[in-house]
Design a protein around this ligand. Structure first.
Ligand SMILES: NC(=O)c1ccc[n+]([C@@H]2O[C@H](COP(=O)([O-])OP(=O)(O)OC[C@H]3O[C@@H](n4cnc5c(N)ncnc54)[C@H](O)[C@@H]3O)[C@@H](O)[C@H]2O)c1
Length: 317
């Protein structure tokens, strides 16, 4: 009988996974691994691994004795060393399409709340201040350039929403054809233009060696002083120490962040004390429906591997 190891999860129950995986003829062993050592202790002899956040780095992958497949609960696969998996002939799969609307909704919600200064105005009102004008200048949305870094699934869903508000649409993604930009009515920018022209810049890149600290001191200094930065992709895309300093200096003016370089965000991180930042705790993907969808789709992907079938959504070929 095959062994499937579920390294970690934040769900209330994994009974859906158990039902689907056992129906495919495998045993399911579950854990709550935090470190590479935890993963090896639980899953050294796994045939298939299902993981949420646990580190599946080169050390773990080298220690696996018979693993043939790894499934990541989610879209990002930055907790898995894809090159190490490839070198051991281990296929990796993600769940690319379960929460596109949720993340797009959350990204636009952060941007709108910041542009309309909802949180600052609410705080002020509760303190007894009743004023007609919000604390910062309020440019009209219909005159703004809403830009995305990346022009993949989530970025496109974000820009479709931004179009409804009359924004000019723009994106940077060198891996997407010019024709796709033209068809979507989205201006194709290089990185310098992206940072200089965006009134709202929303990040939708995978975290890789190349995109790590995509937003750093230099790029922040290129942004407009009233600009809004939104990150619902991965914390490592932004140098958050640089961002906290830039916000304090007012360039960009505002930031909406769902993801952080280290999660949970450290209690003493300067962003916590920054009133111009709106922070959420990696919840962009979540809805009552998306969580059930994620669990079912991930278990079905595992079941395919148990039965010796190819993954539906293989990554890092
Ligand atoms: N906060 C959350 O809850 C949450 C949920 C889901 C996904 N995410 C994150 O969102 C990210 C984007 O998801 P998606 O579904 O849009 O992915 P996607 O694969 O559809 O799109 C990513 C785009 O980035 C582009 N890209 C890759 N490397 C690049 C580079 N170096 N420079 C410029 N562009 C580059 C690709 O060409 C692609 O078009 C995921 O990688 C994941 O990390 C976060």
């Amino acid at each position: 009988m095959s062994l499937v190891c579920l390294t970690d999860y934040g769900f209330k129950s994994v009974e859906t996974e158990r039902r689907i995986i056992e129906a495919a003829g495998a045993e399911l062993r579950t854990g709550q691994c935090k470190t590479p050592g935890d993963v090896l202790e639980l899953a050294r002899d796994a045939d298939v691994i299902l993981a949420q956040w646990a580190p599946l780095n080169a050390e773990v992958i080298a220690g696996l004795t018979r693993c043939r497949g790894i499934v990541r609960y989610g879209i990002g696969v930055d907790n898995i060393d894809l090159a190490a998996a490839k070198s051991r002939g281990i296929a990796v799969a993600n769940i690319p399409d379960y929460c596109i609307d949720e993340v797009a909704d959350h990204s636009v919600a952060l941007a709108l709340a910041l542009v309309r200064q909802l949180v600052a105005t609410d705080r002020r009102l509760r303190m007894g201040e009743w004023k007609i004008t919000p604390p910062l200048p309020v440019p009209a949305l219909r005159h703004m350039t809403f830009a995305t870094a990346g022009f993949g699934r989530i970025a496109r869903a974000v820009l479709q929403r931004a179009a409804v508000f009359g924004c000019r649409l723009a994106a940077y993604d060198p891996f997407v054809s010019k024709d796709a930009f033209v068809a979507a009515g989205v201006a194709r920018l290089d990185p310098d233009a992206l940072f200089a022209e965006a009134d709202i810049l929303s990040l939708h890149l995978p975290l890789t060696a190349e995109t790590s600290h995509f937003v750093d001191y230099r790029r922040l200094a290129q942004m407009k002083s009233h600009a809004v930065l939104v990150n619902t992709a991965r914390g490592g895309l932004v140098d958050t120490t640089a961002l906290a300093q830039a916000l304090a200096q007012g360039r960009p003016a505002l930031a909406g962040l769902d993801v952080f370089e280290k999660e949970p965000l450290e209690m003493d991180h300067p962003l916590r004390g920054q009133p111009n930042a709106l922070l959420t705790s990696h919840t962009a993907w979540f809805s009552n429906e998306s969580v059930l969808e994620l669990q079912r789709l991930a278990a079905e992907e595992v079941a395919r591997c148990v039965r010796g079938e190819p993954f539906k959504n293989r990554v890092g070929l």
